[in-house]
Design a protein around this ligand. Structure first.
Ligand SMILES: [Zn+2]
Length: 269
């Protein structure tokens, strides 16, 4: 297997450059081939991603582990899962087996049920149960909040906004009997009022769906970037995404990046 080794070597050279990166997964399906749903990866592919990260010497962090000291962490990555699909239990076991950690953002009023916000797409997907989430938290995984009902927070009336943000934290703290400090905005939707609500509810970190590096100085903790992992992202593409800090892991994007670096070297800019 030459390709993963080349990818890992590339990452070892480039990966630690700027700060941590967060990856965003949704469903992880036990199947052959590539899932048809744009928010799924196969379990097999997820395992290949973890192989790559381990081979390149990456450490995993939970979102709650982010503080002013992340610049000390060397190459590190945050593996996050939105919505809490039932099939993620296998991904949890896979991380656990390897001594790696991840963060799950769950929709608190739908725990143990199904994702009713997907019904208009004709999808019916089961969600992790309270018992599974407790087991995952006890095994060192982080469970954060993703609202009560998976609503877009931007422009939501104040009372509903408060219920989604503060309410989901309360639901989860009651369920897990431990502090909940991380939030992910459903659909990435947030405005100033949503960020203020997240801050007032006592969260110390919140994830968006915008790509980019997490600032090692700990600034902008309530608008953390993440890289979206789609069904077709193989290890090579993941390595390029981690090198570039973007969701575009194409060879063209990598070529442009090295082109810019070469230009900078010759022009001194
Ligand atoms: Zn979501």
């Amino acid at each position: 297997m030459v390709a993963p080794r080349v990818s890992a070597a590339l990452l070892r050279r480039q990966g630690a450059g700027y700060g941590p990166l967060a990856l965003m997964y949704h469903a992880v399906e036990r199947m052959r081939g590539t899932p048809r749903w744009r928010w799924s990866v196969s379990l097999e592919r997820f395992r290949q991603h973890l192989d790559l990260l381990q081979e390149a010497g990456y450490r995993t962090l939970r979102v709650a582990d982010l503080d002013g000291s992340v610049d000390q962490c060397g190459p590190c990555v945050l593996i996050t899962f939105d919505d809490g699909y039932a099939d993620n239990y296998a991904a949890f076991q896979e991380l656990s087996r390897r001594g790696m950690v991840g963060t799950w953002f769950v929709v608190t009023r739908a725990i143990g049920g199904h994702a009713d916000w997907l019904e208009d797409q004709g999808e019916r997907r089961a969600l992790l149960t309270a018992e599974q989430l407790r087991e995952m938290a006890a095994a060192g995984m982080e469970v954060g909040a993703h609202g009560r009902r998976h609503l877009r927070l931007a422009a939501l009336p104040p009372e509903e906004l408060r219920s989604e943000v503060r309410g989901s934290r309360e639901d989860l703290e009651n369920l897990l009997s431990r502090p909940v400090t991380s939030f992910a905005y459903p659909y990435g939707s947030h405005d100033d009022a949503a960020v203020a609500a997240v801050s007032e509810a006592g969260y110390t970190a919140a994830c968006t769906v915008r790509p980019g590096w997490i600032r090692p100085d700990g600034r902008q903790p309530l608008a953390l970037p993440r890289l979206e992992i789609g069904p077709g992202v193989g290890s090579g593409e993941l390595a390029r995404m981690l090198t570039l800090g973007t969701s575009d892991g194409s060879w063209l994007a990598l070529g442009r990046y090295f082109g810019r670096r070469l230009t900078a070297r010759f022009t001194g800019r």
